[in-house]
Every structure is written in structure tokens, then in C-alpha cells.
Design a protein around this ligand. Sequence first.
Ligand SMILES: Nc1ncnc2c1ncn2[C@@H]1O[C@H](COP(=O)(O)OP(=O)(O)OP(=O)(O)O)[C@@H](O)[C@H]1O
Ligand code: SF4
Ligand SMILES: [Mg+2]
Length: 323
Amino acid sequence: MTPRDSTLLRASDVAVHFGSARAVDGVELDIRAGEIIALVGESGCGKTTLARTLLGLQKPTSGQVLYEGKPLASSNRGLREYRRHAQLVLQDPTGALNPRHSVYEAVAEGLRIHRVPGDERELVASALSRAGLRPPERFFGLVPHELSGGQRQRVVIAGALALDPSVLIADEPVASLDASVRGEILALLLRLRDELGLAALVVTHDLGLAWNIADRVAVMYLGRIVESGPVEQVLTAPQHPYTQALLSVLPESSTPPMVLAGETPDPSRVPTGCRFHPRCPLLAAGLPEEVASKCRTVDLPVVDGAEPGVACHAVAVGSGSHR
Ligand SMILES: Nc1ncnc2c1ncn2[C@@H]1O[C@H](COP(=O)(O)OP(=O)(O)OP(=O)(O)O)[C@@H](O)[C@H]1O
Ligand code: SF4
Ligand SMILES: [Mg+2]
């Protein structure tokens, strides 16, 4: 297994364009062994597209994804092998499970596709057990409608665990669940990190969730990461006006809400200069002209998501690791 803290999965200057829409537009991000990263940002900023690209389900327009230092294979066979190591967990477990397949079948499916050697029954039982469905045999014959939403998500996670992955890419993994079971599923991800050293990229637009689960946070805006760093740093001392605005509207926020002006951004019309400038509360409140003119005209360097960094002309040089 990869030692903790070493880079497992890396997005290197990844862009994904759909025609004129720049869904992902230059992203540097490292996922290290044994850590949970929360990828946060509002709807349409490119989180799912980036997640799919990290899984090899979407080809980048430019840049590349590296797993353990090697670019992802482009052959179907190579990608299938890769997907054992990086497993996807979707938002809605009901959609991810075949309603007619038993829990056993659902977990065994991946083992069969990947021709995992060993006793299938034991592997299925062990995966269910690691996902917190115990005793596992009790769940073998059940079909999805006989399970709660939380149990269904555990079955999906068990299906991933059966393949012994090193990283989970979880796209809004608890968004479709009742508040009462969200905590359980998040606790499960934390336990998997602690006990198995399993890394995860958790996509969410819930900053509270990021706070509860993540080691690091990457904040995405219109296809770019605008701020990244350790969770305490980003969520208690946010540097980027966009992160500040996101945090200011949380009910527990001690700062007055910063309302974002302007329209929700359109990836086919990325503004010049800082892409956040038409909505930036700091710019609207008034900045020295030499900064304000940069905001409107000078693009920002890509923040390297491996290090704490901020992409903002108004943040003092030296506080971010720009390249
Ligand atoms: N296959 C596609 N073809 C064309 N445009 C796409 C495609 N997939 C995504 N997009 C566009 O790319 C942008 C980013 O979409 P994406 O689904 O990655 O956002 P997101 O951050 O996951 O949003 P949400 O929080 O709503 O799930 C959106 O403008 C979306 O319409
Ligand atoms: S660069 Fe300027 S417009 Fe962009 S976030 Fe910073 S202050 Fe706002
Ligand atoms: Mg999405």
C-alpha cells in the first residue's frame, strides 16, 4: 500500500471543455494516501466533471491525471484496472443499485468484473462488515427496497471496498440521505480513513460537512480552485473573498452575510481577469485602483491544491503558493 502522505492521485493542469463551456479550466490537485479532501463550490462550478476526470470516466481536454505518478491508461483494459484502485460513490444509492439485485449480488458484481481471486462469499461478507453492515449474512438476501437509505449507501460503499481501493471519489455522498443518517455515513468514511488508510475526495456544497470530515479543503469557482489548504485554515480564516462569502451565509457565521452580486457564472462566458470579479464583494466595496484594475484584467495563476494557496490579487503576495 502507498505510504500515508504520499501523492496517490494528481490532477495536473487539468481542463475539461464541452464546446465553449470551460467546465474545468486548469486544476492542480493532489490527493494523498490516507487523507480526505473536500471539494466545495456552488452548483455548476465543475466538481462532478473534475471527479469524473479523476476516475478516468471523462477525458481531459488538456492536462493529465496521474495515479501513483503515472498517467492514467487510455485503453479500456488499463482503465478498468485503474478503477479498482479509485472507486466512485454517487449521491443517490437508490440509482446506483439495481432494484432487483440482492445485496450479495450488488457487492459481488465488482469482484466478478475485476476477477478478484479468493472466496467470493468471504470477500462479500468482509466488505459488508467493513461498511458497517453486520452481521453481513443477514443482509445477503435483501433487495434495496428492504433497506434504509443509509444502509443502501453502505451497500454501495461495500461494493467499492470489496475491490480494496486506495481512494474513494464520493460525489455528494450524503446529499440524498436523511439528516439522521448523514452523520453515520460520514463517520464511516472517517473510520475507513483511520483504519484502512483509505483516501477520499468528497464533493460537497455543504461546508459544514467539509468541516466534519475533511483534512483539506479545495474551493472551486467556475472551473478553478480558488483556495485550498488545511480545513481549519480555510474554514476559520478564509482568504479568498469567494470562500469568505460562502462561509458568511452559514447560520453559525459570526460575520455579516456577504451577498454575491451578479448572475451565477456561465462556464461558456468566463470573465476576463479574476473570473470571480463580476461578483466579488471586496471589489464592489472598493479596492485601490491598481488592485481593482488587475482584478478586471489580469488572470490569476492556478492554485496548486497540494499546498495552501489563494488566487486573489487582493491577498498579500506570499500567503499563497502560486506558480
Ligand atoms: N457532458 C456535458 N456536456 C456539456 N456540458 C456539460 C457536461 N457535463 C457538465 N457540463 C457543464 O459543465 C459545468 C460543470 O458541471 P458539473 O456537473 O461538473 O458541476 P457541479 O459542480 O458538479 O454542479 P452540481 O453541484 O450542480 O452537481 C456545467 O455548466 C454543466 O452544465
Ligand atoms: S482578485 Fe479581485 S475580484 Fe478576484 S477575488 Fe480577489 S479581490 Fe475579488
Ligand atoms: Mg455535481
